[in-house]
Write a protein that binds this ligand. Structure first.
Ligand SMILES: [Zn+2]
Length: 329
């Protein structure tokens, strides 16, 4: 499996995906006939298939949630706004890094009650003496993210921020390497700006106009304390999406992925995500529409600095994608 750290370390807050795109482009070279970037920054890797009468689009998003500087107080403390779905409680008192390398910590206004914690009450302390000092190091509009750290846990499980969805990018690259043949003309698209409404994939899908499309993203698990009863568990295999709030997956794709998993003895489970969407929605509705689905990586504590994934799930997701690339529908 592709080195996890390599994909998790680069700064890639929504709108700043270029570093990760360069790493992926390098890794995809042996698997693509052409590699291009579109005006939004989507990385599009094309591989000609045995049957060019159909086009497949596979997508994983490169962007991660983060923050942007909105104001600097006289004290030198920095006000921020969220970029994507930040969970204030889980981000408070964490370490952050700016795109230019400046480091800081997220703090809260004093004397807040738990219920009052919001991004408006969050500030970043970079150790500045005052406003003038802070503005020597960062400026309005600078982007920052939670600090990069990957912790290896027991049972080949890993904790880090923003596995969502750089781990999906790693799965797609791995699948491209695993596939021994390519059935249809295939576009591996590493998208931008998913976390703010699947924006990059809309632009890419409207040019590619796929017949078949499969996204790769993370999905929350239901095996955590206090979770609603639900099917998806960490380590229980590739999660074949049935629906989320953005897409009702095509039965053609769900059935095909299920048959491939059964046939190749790939561990799988079904996923119904009750809050959240994916790039599958953009691909499904582009042009005249496509047969769309999604293979999800089970992930605990999504959008926290300690998202947890299981390496066995990654392998199963990559194998299932590879089978789909090889055999098609
Ligand atoms: Zn995601």
């Amino acid at each position: 499996m592709t080195d996890i750290k390599k994909y998790i370390t680069p700064f890639s807050v929504t709108g700043n995906e270029e570093k990760l795109a360069a790493i992926i482009a390098e890794d995809m070279k042996p698997c693509a006939d052409s590699i291009t970037a579109d005006p939004m920054g989507n990385l599009i890797c094309f591989k000609k298939g045995e049957d060019s009468s159909k086009r497949t689009m596979l997508a994983a998003h490169m962007d991660e949630i983060g923050f942007v500087v909105t104001f600097v107080e006289n004290s030198g403390l920095i006000r921020v706004a969220n970029v994507g779905g930040i969970r204030p409680v889980s981000s408070a008192f964490g370490e952050v890094v700016f795109k230019n390398g400046v480091k800081g910590v997220i703090v809260l206004e004093d004397n807040l009650q738990l219920a009052d914690i919001s991004i408006k009450k969050m500030l970043v302390d970079i150790g500045a003496k005052d406003k003038k000092d802070a503005l020597k190091k960062v400026k309005i509009g600078d982007y920052l993210s939670l600090s990069q750290r990957v912790t290896r846990l027991a049972n080949k499980r890993y904790a880090a921020k923003a596995f969502d969805d750089r781990i999906g990018c790693a799965v797609l690259v791995e699948a491209a390497k695993l596939a021994t043949k390519v059935r249809y003309d295939t576009y591996y698209v590493f998208t931008v700006q998913e976390e703010v409404g699947c924006r990059g994939s809309k632009a890419a899908a409207n040019v590619i106009l796929p017949d078949y499309s499969v996204a790769c993203d993370v999905t929350p698990t239901y095996d955590t304390a206090g979770a609603q009863p639900g099917e998806v568990k960490l380590g229980a295999g590739a999660a074949i999406k049935i629906k989320d709030t953005s897409v009702i997956c095509s039965k053609t794709i769900v059935d095909r992925l299920t048959a491939l998993a059964e046939d190749k003895k790939i561990k799988y489970q079904y996923e119904i995500l009750t809050a959240g969407g994916t790039d599958a929605s953009s691909m499904q509705t582009a042009g005249a529409g496509s047969y769309a689905g999604c293979i999800s990586v089970p992930c605990r504590y999504v959008h926290s600095p300690v998202e947890i994934i299981d390496a066995k799930d990654l392998e199963n997701c990559a194998k299932l994608f590879a089978a789909f690339i090889e055999e098609g529908v």
